[in-house]
Design a protein. Structure first.
Length: 133
């Protein structure tokens, strides 16, 4: 139930950001929005227990998503926060980023690497129709 509430909250936040005219200033933000939208889609898939795309896709997407987040932190985000607020500001920014990104990271982890005990995804994410094995 908690992940459903978080997924809806994230979807509302993404919808609100569409109306911000400064949101699309740089290509990096547009790429981040596209990846964030995929992350929220993964969050919905896990929260509502649906099967969408293969496990291989989610593994590749997870690597790209985490890599992008690390790139953004290392490419200037941490330096700008350090210059403005010092080391405690960087620690606070990283902690809040991890807290707010945790539901997406968790859902991408479950879609990519967690094992399904029911065996319905034993064929790499492809689910057989009822009665056909």
């Amino acid at each position: 139930m908690f992940l459903k509430i978080v997924a809806i909250f994230y979807a509302v936040c993404f919808s609100i950001s569409l109306f911000n005219p400064t949101f699309y200033e740089t290509p990096l933000r547009i790429i981040g929005f596209a990846l964030g939208l995929g992350g929220v889609a993964g969050l919905f898939v896990v929260a509502f227990k649906k099967h969408f795309l293969s496990r291989g896709f989610w593994r590749a997407f997870s690597a790209i998503y985490v890599g992008y987040q690390l790139f953004c932190v290392l490419s200037g985000g941490a330096q700008a926060v350090f210059a403005a607020h010092g080391i405690l500001g960087v620690i606070g920014a990283l902690a809040s980023s991890i807290i707010f990104q945790f539901p997406i990271f968790l859902s991408l982890w479950r879609l990519s690497f967690a094992t399904d005990k029911s065996g319905s995804q034993a064929s790499n994410g492809i689910v057989a129709p009822e009665g056909h094995v």
